[in-house]
Ligand binder design. Structure first.
Ligand SMILES: NC(=O)c1ccc[n+]([C@@H]2O[C@H](COP(=O)([O-])OP(=O)(O)OC[C@H]3O[C@@H](n4cnc5c(N)ncnc54)[C@H](OP(=O)(O)O)[C@@H]3O)[C@@H](O)[C@H]2O)c1
Length: 356
């Protein structure tokens, strides 16, 4: 079987990845729960109707596609069963960038290595853009002491609703992730995940194109990817999407503590999923990944990766990763994209580095 399946083929990301695959001459199979919506998105390609994530896993086991792209969030619940279903015959990749999901797929590393399958997690904008800069800065150098990564997406919004998948990712927090509580931040200290305050260490940057942006601590998949790619014991991940004023940070922390109450969480998820998104042009011309790496001898290097609109890039990266997996360039086990394919992956996807 040489098929490439896109789970969640009717969604924003699924459709963008399918379009990028078609540009590379790969006809994807769209998998989803609604036959009509699938047919509308498929542009004549084959579809597989599966009513739930469990049914998708059963179809993967039965039909054994070559590569499975999972775009169905929240990945903290979907990634493990779907990646496990892939082990006998399929490579797996997803767009996760939450710590809970990274923990569950990382736990499958040994099983994937034994089965000879590749699991690539974090094949979206944030993880790939930031870890690519880390890999670039660390090439040919010893293990650094300290790394900070910043993801600065520029996202155009189409009118619609937030949707279940995205709402679930926000509201569920990071249950079961070592080093702190479900609604607490994380960073690496002494090589281990440790508690950190959400929104800490706000830092204002001047981007290489002269625009300014403030980022602050947000423990996403970028954190794990940067630590694994660099080996640094002390790592912080930050994002421009975190409210950075003192008042906004206090409100955010209060909201996080309320989410710890089960019924509040259920209500919040339902309400957030229904929130309408207004159409919005992308706020900046470019999206950026940024990293600062420090070594024990006091050397410090800083770099940027410039890409276009972040959601569009989230279509390009998985398509390029699929192409490389289909052509036998993967390695068995758990990986993040740039740790697996090197700093040139981002360039193959249209990114450009600016290294200080
Ligand atoms: N890492 C990154 O940079 C990055 C970037 C973009 C998105 N993401 C993540 O990727 C995920 C998808 O984002 P999106 O913008 O593409 O969302 P979306 O437009 O809402 O699409 C979600 C897709 O998943 C399907 N789906 C949702 N819940 C399902 C369930 N329980 N069972 C089966 N199918 C289900 C939907 O199918 P129906 O048509 O049947 O509803 C739809 O095809 C989100 O978790 C998002 O956070 C990550």
């Amino acid at each position: 079987m040489t098929e490439v399946w896109i789970l969640g083929g009717t969604g924003r990301s699924g459709r963008a990845i399918a379009a990028e695959l078609r540009k590379r001459g790969i006809r994807p199979v769209l998998v989803g729960r609604d036959a009509d919506r699938l047919a509308a998105a498929a542009e004549g390609d084959r579809v597989v109707v599966a009513a739930s994530v469990d049914e998708m896993a059963a179809e993967i086991s039965r039909q054994r596609p070559a590569v499975v792209v999972n775009t169905v969030g929240p990945f903290s619940t979907t990634a493990a069963p779907l990646a496990r279903a892939c082990l006998p015959a399929s490579h797996y990749l997803d767009l996760a960038n939450d710590l809970a999901s990274f923990s569950t797929t990382l736990a499958l590393d040994e099983a994937a290595a034994t089965a000879g399958r590749t699991i690539v997690t974090g094949a979206g904008f944030g993880v790939t853009a930031t870890e690519s800069v880390v890999v670039k800065l660390c090439e040919g150098r010893p293990t650094p002491e300290q790394v900070r990564v910043d993801m600065i997406p520029s996202l155009a919004m189409k009118e619609g609703v937030v949707g279940e998948a995205l709402a679930g990712t926000f509201v569920e927090g990071i249950p079961g992730v070592e080093g702190g509580g479900r609604y607490q931040g994380r960073r690496y200290r002494d090589g281990r995940l440790a508690p950190a305050r959400l929104g800490d260490e706000p830092t204002r940057f001047v981007l290489p194109d002269g625009a300014t942006v403030t980022t602050s601590a947000m423990p996403l998949g970028e954190l794990v990817a940067a630590q694994r790619a660099s080996g640094a014991p002390d790592v912080l991940a930050a994002s421009s999407e975190v409210p950075s004023s003192p008042v906004a940070r206090t409100i955010m922390r209060l909201a996080m503590s309320l989410l710890a109450i089960g019924p509040v969480r259920t209500l919040a998820k339902r309400q957030l999923a229904a929130v309408k998104i207004k159409a919005r042009p992308q706020p900046r011309e470019y999206s950026w990944g940024h990293a600062v790496v420090r070594w024990a001898d006091g050397t410090e290097r800083e770099g940027w990766l410039r890409v276009g609109e972040a959601q569009a890039w989230t279509g390009v990266v998985p398509a390029e990763v699929v192409h490389r997996l289909l052509t036998g360039q993967g390695k068995p086990g758990f990986h993040t994209p740039a740790a697996l394919f090197g700093s040139s992956l981002a360039e193959a996807c249209g990114g450009e580095y600016f290294i200080a």
